[in-house]
Ligand binder design. Structure first.
Ligand SMILES: Nc1nc2c(c(=O)[nH]1)N[C@H]1C(S)=C(S)[C@@H](COP(=O)(O)O)O[C@H]1N2
Ligand SMILES: [Mo]
Length: 320
């Protein structure tokens, strides 16, 4: 399957978002997300309001894989978003309750230009492009998703980190009124994640606003999330409300929950098994169910050429 190289203007994303909000308000979302059995209906309802892309290829090396994208209905109905429950179908069922308008992202800590960014301004910060990245969950499944966004580095440059800033922390929305998963203590809410500043500045690190040519569905982290394609999926925080620049390595939600299982780096690495299972292979969602042959997991999820130099001289077994 040939994948179209694409770029969309911030304006078209903005228009798309307007339409999307209309769609959410109209209640189509709630109705079609109500039942697992109706997830095909969800996918088709969603596609009618999402906007098309114009075509300008991404020039960023590594931003593309030729692998076949995961069917959109799988990528929007098999999710991890613990704020809505721990079941794979919980986010598609319950994320419609989350309110994403208005939305602001607060920039804090060691930067010369801290402050609150309205989503509208973030959308206009930089031209967006489509990038087809693999996403590999630590649980042993993976997907190929055409994301839409721009490099996080565009935002970071704009807020001017101080020389003392060494790490970036990402904080997800935590609203007990709309996120039913917060009733469970499975993680210490809000969900937080972190990157070293040079990892955050790597051009592959994507601030994503859309996927499959459309604005992000809520279950995938609307209205803005991170996609860090060489790390396990949990590093890619969804529904981000705060980005904080720090001198010290921040705690992360998964590291706090299970220190020996989830380290700060969490680079995809087939040679470092999770304490309870191997990471040598993965099951590609959409490949044909549980009986499809597994694929070999690649070091840095296949992005070693782009990011390997970030870890030169580091012991990746100790810094897992
Ligand atoms: N806020 C928040 N972000 C999150 C998670 C979460 O539970 N809460 N789950 C993570 C995990 S474990 C994975 S694998 C990816 C899944 O992204 P997807 O559902 O869009 O495929 O989101 C990550 N981001
Ligand atoms: Mo995950």
């Amino acid at each position: 399957m040939v994948i179209r190289s694409s770029e969309i203007t911030p304006q078209s994303v903005y228009e798309g978002r307007r339409q999307w909000l209309k769609w959410v308000v109209s209640g189509v979302a709630g109705a079609s997300m109500a039942a697992w059995a109706q997830r095909d209906a969800l996918a088709s309802a969603a596609s009618s309001e999402w906007m098309p892309l114009s075509s300008t290829p991404s020039k960023l090396a590594g931003a593309w894989t030729d692998e076949k994208p995961t069917p959109q209905k799988d990528a929007t109905s098999y999710n991890n978003f613990y704020e809505f429950g721990v079941g794979k179908d919980d986010p598609a069922r319950y994320a419609h309750a989350m309110s994403v308008d208005p939305w602001t992202v607060e920039i804090e800590g060691l930067v010369h230009k801290p402050g609150k960014w309205a989503l509208e301004d973030l959308l206009k910060l930089s031209p967006m492009e489509e990038r087809v990245y693999r996403l590999r969950c630590v649980e042993g499944w993976s997907m190929v998703i055409p994301w839409i966004g721009y490099s996080l580095s565009e935002l970071i440059r704009r807020v001017e980190p101080m020389g003392s800033a060494k790490y970036v922390e990402f904080v997800s929305q935590a609203d007990p009124q709309t996120m039913r998963g917060l009733r469970s203590r499975v993680l210490d809410w809000p969900y937080t994640e972190g990157l070293r500043l040079d990892e955050a500045m790597n051009p592959l690190t994507l601030l994503a606003f859309g996927m499959y040519g459309h604005v992000l569905p809520k279950q995938n982290g609307a209205p803005v999330r991170l996609v860090v394609p060489w790390k396990y999926g949990f590093k890619s925080a969804k529904s981000i409300v705060k980005i904080r620049f720090l001198e010290e390595m921040p705690a992360t939600a998964w590291n706090k929950a299970a220190q020996h299982e989830y380290g700060f780096y969490s680079n995809v690495n087939p040679d470092v098994p999770h304490p309870r299972w191997s990471q040598a292979t993965e099951r590609r969602i959409g490949d044909g169910g549980l009986f499809a042959p597994k694929r070999k997991t690649l070091l840095f999820n296949g992005y070693a050429d782009q990011v390997g130099q970030l870890y030169q001289g580091m012991d990746l077994k100790r810094n897992f």
